[in-house]
Design a protein. Structure first.
Length: 456
């Protein structure tokens, strides 16, 4: 096969010069530049403050969308469509009306503190006066990333959710085709690792999908016989909630048909096999919802880090020794009252807003926000239809009221009016009919292409 050569494009393009981003319209040349890495909860909040300032603001993200991660599991289990929980970054930020703001679709590969520039995947170097690092976190396989991750994908990006949805739905389709009872059993076994909010939500949603939505859709298998196992290393689920709420969560999941294995630290993950404590479970689909660690990007800025790789930031979120670099959100280790703030969306949002205001104030564009204090509105987790738990200081709720509250809070936090309406409509429809409208099998499985059915 011959390769087409574009004469207009040099075979080996010269590297782009420093700060090679074209000057945004209406931006004065001497304006200070703030580069924000990551358009998640933290980065977007900082950018929303700074877009109103006179500073030049450049947001770099390796995806073109802001993602509402708390509802990713609903995409993976076909309740919601990908477009319901994501919005293009260019529309989340007001690029139309703020000429000082640019968005770049690229990944930041390195930070050069000496020359105050970030190096992008495209090869461009982008100079900064202030740098806000908000690249979030990734799943942590307790030192076994290379061996376990390929067999137990986590749920972090939209691609992860679409790939998992495909694997889950394909498992039912392949079980319907299989005539081997052992293979069918394996195909209809799903293991969720991690008994925190994401694992609980995922296991509950899987149970609803298998035992209600798909219950009568197949002829050769009984989806109600699907085995869903939730594996947790310690002796309770949802450790951050009260003992009664943890017990309620376990009981509710078990009523929904989920097998809960406590005190079962995962000792090994192989293709189609999990070693949970001393028990081996054969399963086609294994989903990792256990610990997270900070994005590796922040590990290379030479700052002291906590156990999970988060940068130990100063009281103003700057990196000690580099007052112009800030780290926020899941990538930062920040303590209040002697305890680290959790990796949660409201924490990242509040930190982003604070750092945005701080930078603006340093450039004489607003009042100093003073010392940061996290405003804790409480924590919630949903288990399934009409079942959730919530903890607001000393006040706890569970059951239907908690579930309503959980729904309201998540809709309020979603970015975009259209997304809010779509999510409410989908939830109402599912509530009335048990149907899950996004049951499409699309794309190819990058990680396991052999899972596609073959002829013969
Ligand atoms: C499945 C799941 C469920 C969750 N449920 C809840 C919940 O119910 N409630 C709650 O409060 N929190 C929840 N969280 C946690 C919450 O989503 C995070 O705490 C929050 O997203 C952290 O915000 P952040 O800005 O630090 O990072 P993120 O929101 O993760 O954003 C990071 C951004 O940086 C980009 N990025 C990363 N590396 C680079 C790079 N090198 N170059 C360019 N761009 C980069 C990413 O594409 C992403 O857009 C959940 C998380 C997950 C994964």
């Amino acid at each position: 096969m011959s390769e087409t050569i574009d004469p207009a494009r040099p075979a080996d393009p010269a590297p782009l010069p420093d700060a090679a981003v074209p000057e945004a319209k209406g931006t004065a040349p001497k304006r200070k530049r703030v580069v924000i890495v990551g358009a998640g909860f933290g980065g977007i909040s900082a950018a929303r403050v700074l877009e109103k300032s006179d500073l030049e603001v450049i947001v770099v993200d390796r995806t073109n969308h802001h993602l509402f991660q708390p509802l990713l599991y609903q995409v993976a289990t076909a309740m919601l469509a990908p477009t319901d929980i994501a919005q293009p970054i260019r529309s989340v930020l007001d690029c139309t009306h703020h000429a000082n703001l640019s968005v770049l679709l690229d990944s930041v590969e390195a930070v050069d503190k000496t020359s105050k520039a970030v190096v992008l995947g495209s090869g461009m170097r982008l100079a900064y006066d202030y740098l806000v690092l908000a690249p979030g976190s990734r799943y942590n396989y307790f030192g076994n990333d290379a061996e376990w991750a390929p067999h137990a994908p986590g749920l972090k990006t939209m691609d992860d959710a679409i790939m998992l949805r495909r694997r889950i739905l394909m498992a039912f389709e392949r079980a319907e085709l299989s005539r081997d009872p052992e293979e069918r059993r394996r195909l209809l076994t799903f293991v969720v690792i991690g008994g925190g909010p994401t694992g609980v939500e995922m296991a509950g949603a899987m149970a609803e999908l298998a035992k209600a939505t798909l219950a009568r859709d197949f002829r050769h298998i009984d989806p109600k016989s699907t085995r869903i196992v939730l594996v947790e290393a310690v002796d309770e689920l949802l450790g951050q909630f009260t003992d009664r709420q943890s017990a309620y969560t376990k009981e509710t999941l078990e009523k929904m048909g989920v097998e809960v294995m406590l005190n079962a630290p995962v000792k090994g993950v192989e293709s189609h096999r999990v070693m949970a404590g001393e028990t081996a479970i054969e399963a086609e689909t294994i989903i990792w919802c256990a610990g997270v660690s900070a994005s590796p990007l922040v590990g290379q800025i030479g700052a002291e880090t906590a156990k999970g790789g988060q940068v130990k930031v100063s009281r103003d979120f700057s990196v000690p020794g580099s007052p112009e670099i800030f780290v926020i959100g899941d990538a930062a280790a920040y303590e209040e009252d002697g305890r680290p703030l959790p990796a949660l969306a409201p924490v990242a949002k509040q930190q982003g807003k604070h750092v945005g205001r701080l930078i603006a104030a340093r450039e004489g564009q607003g009042r100093d926000p003073g010392q940061f204090h996290y405003r804790d509105w409480g924590t919630m987790a949903t288990i399934g239809r009409a079942a959730a738990v919530g903890k607001f200081g000393k006040v706890t709720v569970k059951g239907f009221p908690a579930w309503l509250l959980w729904g309201g809070v998540h809709v309020a936090y979603l970015v975009g009016f259209r997304n809010r309406i779509m999510v409410i409509v989908n939830w109402l429809w599912a509530w009335l009919t048990y149907a899950k409208g996004a049951r499409l099998i699309t794309g190819a499985d990058r990680e396991a292409p052999e899972r596609l059915p073959t002829k013969g």
